[in-house]
Structure formats: C-alpha cells, structure tokens
Write a protein that binds this ligand. Sequence first.
Ligand code: ADE
Length: 264
Amino acid sequence: MSTYQIEVVTLSPTAFSSLDGLGVIGRALASGIANISLYNPRDFTHDNYHKVDDEPYGGGAGMVLKPEPFFDAVNGIPPSSKRRVLMMTPQGKQLSQEDLWRWSQEYEQLVLLCGQYEGFDERIRTLADEEVSIGDFVLTGGEIAAMTIINGVIRLLPGTVGSSESLMEESFSDLLLEHPQYTRPAKFHDLEVPEVLRNGNHGEISRWRQEQREIRTKARRPELYERWIQKELCPNSKIDLNSSTDLDFCMRKDFDQNEDPWWE
Ligand code: ADE
C-alpha cells in the first residue's frame, strides 16, 4: 500500500504540527499510511522582504496574495499521476462526506492551497482543480479548512480506523446522522438506557438503530433526509441527485419496474 501524499501550501506551516498528536490521525501519519509535506510561499519569494502580498489593483482596503510565490510553490511539488489540487476558500463548493470519499479513493496526492488576509490574486485560482469551503463563514485563513479535509480523508484510508467493511457500510448510510449511543450504567440520574439495547436481540437492536437514525435525520436535517430517500430509490447510481432532470429519470425508472413492459 503506497503512502497517500498530502502537500499543503501555507503561510502558517506550524499550524499543522498539531495533527501529529491527533489520536488516530497522528498514528496514521507515524505508520506511513499518509504523509504531509508543507510548503511556505514565503520561501519562494526573491525580494529582500520576502513579500507574499501586495495592494489590490483598483484600490481598496487590505492586501492580496501575490501569484508568483504560489505558482512557484505548487509547480515545485513532485507530481503524482493521481493528483488533485484543492483551494481553500469561502467561495468554494461546500465540503461533503462524498468529497472526502472521492479524494481518498480516486487520488494518491492532494495539494491543499491555503490563503490568508483578504484573498488570493484571481490568477492563483487557475492552479486549482476544485475550490472548497467548509461552511458559510469566513476564517482568517484556509488552514483550519485544510486540516478538516486532511482529517476526513486520512480517516477513510485503509488501516486508519476500523475495518474496510465498517467503512463501506458507513459509505452507504453516511447521509444519515448517528443513532443514540449508551454505555453503563443502565440507569443514571433517572435517565434509563432503552430496553431494546439491553435485551441482546441483535436483529431488534439494528432495526431500532436504523429507525433512530432516520427519525433524527428527518427532524434535525430534513434536506439530508431527502437526499438519503433519493439514494434509497436509486442505489448505486452515479446520477446527480441535486439535478431535477436526473431525479425525474431515477423516479421513472423506479416506477417502471412495477409496470408491465410496454412491448408485451
Ligand atoms: N478560508 C477562510 N474561510 C474559509 C472557509 N469557510 N472555508 C474554506 N476556506 C476558508
């Protein structure tokens, strides 16, 4: 199994040292499942001040990250044939569990571009295959977004956590929120563990858990529940569930299965 290579282009490389001490992620890095290399665009400047930002053309407050140090940093990274370059920006597509699966399975090298200050020179965007946001809020830089992706991708690599079966199982149901979990004692401050979890009937337990996941998701994240229902209707499909045309097709196919074929 080859090492999954993560290359981070950042003006704050020390921010990433905390990953080494982060439980299973730290162990995956120590055992060579993944490796993180850091590149500071400041090291790719040629002026005496190591200037990485400048005033915006057209005026305005704040500074803009210069293109040359980012281009030189990215172009100096040894390429892999299965490389994906991701730019961290609140303007990007919102990160999802499906993205983490895709990057962990289809690529061997992730290049993560982290910005700071007011933003990137627009031309830096041309380096990226995808722009990613971790939510509709603005942080001071892309480092926390990059660490979120690193954590989520390494967790899915073979050998990091659990068995590949449990991860595969999760992949089919990851649109649903987790069911409630309990440990001993069975009664605590008048709060009791549900009877079904204590009776040892594994079939009943797994039905109860699935039901709880659906109830929770429907109540707390109705849009996620809707996507799960659609995935249930059209399993294994590669269609875009956010597209109404594809969804119409999926629904029709599903209804068709219950109808008499038109040629008979
Ligand atoms: N950089 C600053 N804010 C961000 C966000 N929400 N997502 C990704 N990168 C960012």
